[in-house]
Write a protein that binds this ligand. Structure first.
Ligand SMILES: Cc1cc2nc3c(=O)[nH]c(=O)nc-3n(C[C@H](O)[C@H](O)[C@H](O)COP(=O)(O)O)c2cc1C
Ligand SMILES: [Mn+2]
Length: 471
């Protein structure tokens, strides 16, 4: 089944019994989010709320909560864990970026709302947590903008709060790609054309959620991942390429001179930020949507739910890809655990080939486009341990690791949302490398306890004789 938009993805989930339609009435304020969070905590299916009180439009949540669902997004068979899914991602990117393809007709154009028809408050934007500052249109929405200097098209997920019928706040954190691009418009004294996209190929949401290199378009990455170009319609209003099969698009401008108060929102760290700064705002000039659009929300909040899973996959994959592009040999596997918010800790499994190799790998992670931001710790293990094998990692930290030799502390770019840093000074963070590899240069390496290969094969073959449960 080809997945090229949210609907084909939902059909694929439904065919696997991974989608549940909630027909009972539900309030989009708190109730909807609470059902979703409790369902996610119990490993439940994706949810399509079809009876949101006061709205015709259904709301989708929990679309990406499990590795099985992430595999479906990638078009892989459910089964492999996040490191293996990331390996597919890296392998597909190796064939080169694929720019999008322009189309004249787009399902997105089935409904075009302008002037007094524009009313964002008619969409079922939910309020998720009691201390949230309002209702959020965008928790899965990504912003498409064009750099006025290079023409680079960037897609980034920045949360969007409903403010007024034609206004949504867009929390573009400092230093993110849209922030750099907005600066270029500010220097020119111009407003930035921008489009907030909900839906389309779910891989667009994944790619727009992670650090992909400066100057690289997330459209081209998704084209490479799919092995076919993303279909885009070039807007006659903003000039921006919009995913032809998106559900809902808010088109307009972000005026660098106009700012607003926004938030808070229960963030993916499991905390609220103290940051109280003026944030950019999208002035909506046109709304486009498909017939019977689907509204897609993500609960964000405390790990583990959709955002941590998708960040784990997208960050693992883009970091691994960066290491591949740096041509560091011996990278067996990479993992950014969802429990670490899908962001703050990174584990690398390395096949050492020379002295200093593990130090090089750790330094490369911390200097990479994908791994430099917010990272608080890197654990390097030898290739016999998978990066998501916690038992193996504990064993390595216990038997191959000496704090006096194996720890390096430095500092680097932090996340503005990192609650372990004091409010107002969340610019840099300490970061630690835990090198749990046996030093390559040791002539006398510790001898590992192993089974005898022949005897193991023999007793495995005779296993049924022993009256024990199958291996
Ligand atoms: C659900 C969700 C919400 C997010 N909210 C924000 C946000 O409000 N502000 C922000 O700067 N990044 C946010 N991010 C992270 C960005 O999407 C991520 O840093 C991405 O790399 C931004 O794109 P860019 O690298 O092209 O700037 C969010 C990610 C997800 C998945
Ligand atoms: Mn980007």
């Amino acid at each position: 089944m080809q997945i090229d938009d949210l609907r084909s993805y939902l059909a694929a989930l439904e065919a696997r019994g991974q989608l549940h339609r909630v027909t009972a009435p539900i309030d989009r304020d708190l109730e909807l989010g609470h059902v979703a969070v409790l369902g996610e905590r119990s490993g439940g299916p994706a949810l399509l709320f079809e009876n949101v009180t006061g709205f015709q439009i259904p709301v989708l949540t929990s679309a990406l909560t499990t590795t099985e669902r992430l595999a479906v997004v990638l078009g892989e068979e459910p089964g492999p864990g996040i490191p293996e899914l990331s390996r597919f991602w890296v392998q597909r990117l190796a064939s080169g970026l694929k720019p999008p393809e322009a189309v004249d007709k787009a399902p997105l154009l089935e409904n075009v709302l302008t002037g007094s028809e524009i009313d964002v408050t008619r969409l079922p934007s939910p309020k998720l947590y009691p201390e949230d500052g309002g209702r959020f249109f965008g928790t899965t929405a990504y912003l498409v903008v064009r750099d006025p200097e290079s023409g680079w098209i960037n897609l980034g997920v920045y949360r969007m709060q409903e403010l007024a019928p034609d206004r949504v706040a867009v929390q573009i954190l400092r230093g993110k790609h849209a922030d750099m691009i907005l600066d270029h418009y500010r220097e020119r004294g111009e407003a930035m054309p921008a489009a907030a996209i909900m839906g389309g190929d779910p891989l667009l949401f994944l790619a727009a959620s992670s650090f992909i290199g400066h100057g690289v378009s997330e459209y081209d990455v998704v084209g490479a991942l799919r092995g076919r170009p993303v279909e885009v319609w070039h807007s006659d209003l903003s000039g921006l390429p919009l995913p032809a099969r998106a559900e809902i698009v808010l088109e307009g401008v972000i005026d660098p001179a106009e700012t607003c108060r926004e938030g808070p929102l229960g963030e993916y760290t499991g905390y609220y930020s103290f940051e109280d700064w003026q944030k950019p705002m999208l002035k909506v000039e046109r709304v486009l949507h498909r017939d019977d659009p689907i509204f897609w929300a993500c609960t964000v909040g405390k790990p583990v739910n959709d955002i941590h899973m998708l960040q784990s996959l997208a960050r693992t994959a883009s970091l691994w890809n960066d290491l591949a592009e740096q041509r560091i040999p011996g990278i067996e596997s990479v993992y950014v655990p969802p429990e670490a918010c899908g962001w703050f800790w990174i584990v690398v499994s390395l096949r050492q080939m020379y002295a200093g190799h593990s130090a090089q790998a750790a330094a490369a992670v911390l200097a990479s486009s994908s791994g430099h931001h917010g990272t608080k710790g890197v654990i390097i293990v030898d290739h016999d341990i998978a990066p998501d094998d916690w038992a193996g990692i504990w064993w390595a930290l216990s038997t191959r690791f000496d704090a006096a030799r194996s720890v390096r502390v430095e500092s680097g770019r932090s996340s503005q949302l990192d609650p372990s840093l004091p409010a107002g000074v969340r610019t840099t963070t300490g970061r630690v490398v835990l090198d749990a590899c046996v030093p390559f240069e040791w002539a006398d390496k510790p001898r590992e306890v192993k089974l005898d290969t022949d005897t193991e094969a023999r007793v495995r073959a005779r296993w049924s004789e022993f009256g024990l449960p199958p291996l």
